[in-house]
Every structure is written in C-alpha cells, then in structure tokens.
Design a protein around this ligand. Structure first.
Ligand code: HEC
Ligand code: HEC
Length: 399
C-alpha cells in the first residue's frame, strides 16, 4: 500500500506542478509583447560567452572544436552545371528513387533552384513557388526552394530541420526570429543556418504564411529509428551530415548520438524523402531520458519530494510530445536537431521571446542529459503514424 501511496502522491504532484507551469506559461506568454524588430532586438547578445569546449560537436556535424574567429563560408548558389570531377553520363542519366514513378537525373536532384518531387502525393497542396524555387526576391544563395533542404514533405534532415506538421504560428515566429537576429547557431562554422537566415530576410509576409501553411498541412510520420548501441559504424562527415564508411559497428559511441541515413544512395544521393535515418544513442539513454521528460527527474524520499532538474517536457509539449497550441511537436524528430536546439538555447543563440521559458526549463540539463532527453523524445512515434510509411522505412532499413 505504501508503495502505491508514493506513486499516487508523485502523480498528483506532477499534475499540480504541470498545471502551475502551464498557467505561468499562459500568463507569461499573454503578457509578452510581440517581437517588433528594433535596433536593440536586431542582434540579441548571448547571455554569456559560448562554451565552445563543451559543445556537442556531433549535433552540429563536426568532429573538431571551433577555433577563435572561425566562420562559415557562404553556401554556393544552386546550379545545374555538371561537376567536373564526376562522370558526365552518370550525372545526366535518368534515375528512380525507391517507390517513386518519377525520373530525375542527379543534375535535377541537386538543383536547389527547382526542387524535384519524388512523391507529389505526400502533400495535399501542390508545391508553391516558395517551396520549389524559393523567395521571389531571392538571388544567388537565396534562389533556392525550401524543399531543397527540408524536402518537399517537410521531413528535413539532421543537419537542417523538420518543418513538417509544425503549427503555423510557431513556424512564422521562427522565420521572424531568424530574420530579426534572435535565432542563429552556436557553432559559427555551420553554413546552412546562415543560408536559412538569409532566406528569412528576403521572404515576404505572404511567402512566410504560404510556406507555413504548406508544411503545417503535412502530418508527421515516423522517419527515425533510435537504436541504443555501445558501438557505431565508422563515419565521414559530408555537409555536416554523418555518412557510414562501413556497415559494421566498430567505433565506440562515446556518449554521442550518431545519426545517419538508413540507405545512403536513397537518402543522400537521390534525396528520397521516404528513406529515413537511424540514430545510434548510448545504452541506457532512452530510459534515463524518459525519466527527465516525464517527471523532470523528480524523486520521492520518504514523504519528501526532491525537485528534479527540469520541468517535465510533457507539461508544455503535451503528454504525447506532439505539441500543444503553438508549442511545437518534438516526438519522433531528429535527436541531433533536438540537442542542437537545446544547446543553442542554453548558449543564448536561440533567444526568441518564446524560447525563454524553454531556456529556464532546460538550464540545469548537462550535455549528457540532453543526449538522454533527445534519445527518448526521438524514439517516441507519433500515435497516428501512417503504417505504409513505417513499412517503407523498415524495408529500406533491412537492405
Ligand atoms: C540551405 C538549406 C535551407 C533552406 C533552403 C531552407 N532552410 Fe529552413 N532551416 C535550415 C536550417 C539549417 C535550419 C535549422 C537551423 C539550426 O539548427 O541552426 C532551418 C530551420 C527552419 C525552420 C525552423 C524549424 C523549427 O522546427 O523550428 C523553419 C520554420 C524553416 N527552416 C523554414 C524554411 C523555409 C520557409 C524555407 C524556404 C524559404 C527554408 N526553411 C529553406 C536550412 C534551410
Ligand atoms: C515551460 C514550457 C516548456 C517546457 C517545460 C519545455 N519546453 Fe520545449 N519549448 C517550449 C516552447 C514555447 C518552445 C518554442 C520556442 C520558440 O518559439 O522558439 C519550445 C521549443 C522546443 C524545441 C525546439 C523545437 C523545434 O522544432 O525547433 C525543442 C527541441 C524542445 N522544446 C524540447 C524540449 C524538451 C526536450 C523539454 C524537456 C527537457 C522541453 N522542451 C521543455 C516550451 C517548453
């Protein structure tokens, strides 16, 4: 009986705490003034110097520390030019992605200025110009469609972000934050976040709304397989993405999360948006993460409650972690992305008005806690996951 009593007290306390935080959050949010870019908000300084030596490098797609003064070279503008170092016919011959009836060459696949669509049936709305070609005012680096990085079905990839199924208001706020200098990356070498910021700066209000509505209309389905493992395949990093150089797992995971395509040819070479990712996480991290996500790490000692390290994520993100109102859904999304966002918030480089409560909630989480939390969150499948796509991921995985 005593054991049950403990559990009941814990459950009631969690609920009360949750309600209180939600209420605080609602009040606080209502009171927050809308972010109007002014001279002061243009560039929000980090709260303290960025802790470069602590950075979860793998979450940013690096394996060495940044040095003082490092910065990202601007990304090249999209092009249909043939690559001189690759066979010409290989680049121009028509190809097919698994499961698709369409045909495209590598030149088409790589042309970010006119995004290909292997599965037009994935999105109810046809791709608008902004998703296919990018902002009307875009030139050079910004003459590229959102779908080139985020994929036409919004699945995104570990090195960018998964905008599929995000609430419109949350989405719009992120574009504004990028534009207004409130969201940038803690690793100055990461080039695609800068392209994202440049795109946000040239988008019109209509393009922002149109892209938000396009991605919001797409339901999130499973895309990432989370596997606890002491060992991972040896990898190389290309464009901040980990790619396997062997299939056998021989390298110690060493506290990292190593996320890579299930099938490199499909996901990377052909950018097949049905070919998902596998994320190796350290053994024990899913269970540890579950505790932090659902209770915040709170403990009962006799009749005493020992406060946890964080507000349970479920309080704000919903019991199924699929988001509540404009708090974004996080279940089943890239763990590298999730850790990167939390690290950016802790370092103060993701600093929008709405990120402030989240920042307070995760302030005490160590880099190891972030790994655990992300492992659990990513391993949660959205309840309404489409079975057909789940099968697809498994088929590709078993190859
Ligand atoms: C060059 C690749 C690239 C292109 C093209 C691109 N993005 Fe992004 N986007 C990113 C990256 C990278 C991030 C995440 C930034 C980070 O982690 O530092 C991001 C993040 C986002 C987010 C935030 C998602 C979240 O969950 O908070 C939204 C919204 C978004 N992009 C919308 C767009 C729209 C709309 C377009 C088209 C106009 C676009 N992106 C084009 C790279 C890109
Ligand atoms: C007090 C409420 C609150 C709590 C508790 C909270 N979050 Fe959040 N979280 C938010 C809000 C609000 C945002 C959106 C911030 C913004 O608009 O930039 C957010 C954003 C995020 C994002 C970025 C999503 C994206 O698409 O970029 C991640 C990841 C995240 N939270 C994970 C967590 C995890 C994991 C926990 C628990 C350790 C947690 N959150 C606890 C309110 C909360």
């Amino acid at each position: 009986m005593k054991r049950y009593l403990g559990t009941i007290v814990l459950a009631v306390t969690c609920f009360a705490l949750g309600a209180a935080v939600q209420r605080f959050y609602d009040l606080r949010r209502a009171a927050l003034p809308p972010v109007v870019p002014t001279a002061e908000t243009q560039v929000a300084p980090p709260v303290r110097p960025i802790q470069f030596d602590q950075e979860p490098l793998w979450a940013y797609g690096f394996d060495t520390l940044a040095k003082a003064g490092d910065k990202a070279a601007p990304q090249a503008a999209p092009t249909r030019n043939l690559r001189p170092n690759e066979d010409q016919t290989e680049q121009t011959r028509p190809r097919r992605a698994a499961g698709s009836k369409a045909e495209y060459s590598l030149v088409d696949v790589r042309d970010g200025g006119n995004v290909i669509d292997w599965f037009p049936g994935d999105h109810r709305m046809p791709m608008p110009r902004i998703i296919k070609q990018g902002p009307a005012a875009g030139a050079g680096n910004t003459a590229r469609g959102c779908g080139s990085c985020h994929l036409p079905n919004g699945k995104g990839r570990p090195e960018n972000a998964p905008p599929g199924g995000l609430p419109v208001s949350y989405f719009v706020r992120q574009i504004h934050d990028f534009r207004d200098g409130l969201r940038r990356t803690a690793d100055p070498r990461k080039p695609n976040t800068n392209t994202m910021i440049d795109l946000a700066k040239v988008m019109t209000d209509d393009e922002i709304t149109e892209s938000a509505e396009y991605f919001a209309a797409i339901k999130w389905t499973p895309w990432i397989r989370v596997v606890e493992s002491e060992l991972v395949p040896k990898t190389r990093i290309a464009g901040n993405l980990f790619l396997p150089i062997a299939q056998e797992r021989t390298e110690p995971i060493a506290g990292r999360i190593i996320e890579m395509p299930e099938n490199e040819e499909q996901a990377e070479t052909l950018r097949n948006p049905h070919s998902g990712f596998v994320a190796y996480v350290p053994p024990g991290s899913i269970k540890k993460g579950e505790d932090l996500v659902t209770t915040g790490g709170m403990r009962m000692s006799g009749n005493e409650i020992i406060q946890g390290k964080t507000t349970p994520c479920v309080t704000c993100h919903g019991l199924d972690l699929m988001g509540v109102a404009d708090v974004p859904p996080i279940a089943g999304r890239s763990p590298s992305y999730i850790v990167r966002q939390m690290w950016d918030m802790q370092q103060g480089t993701r600093n929008g008005a709405s990120a402030q409560l989240m920042k307070i909630a995760i302030a005490k989480l160590s880099p190891e806690d972030l790994v655990a939390v992300a492992s659990y969150v990513s391993s949660r499948l959205p309840p309404s996951a489409a079975p057909s796509e789940k099968r697809m991921t498994q088929t590709l995985a078993s190859r």
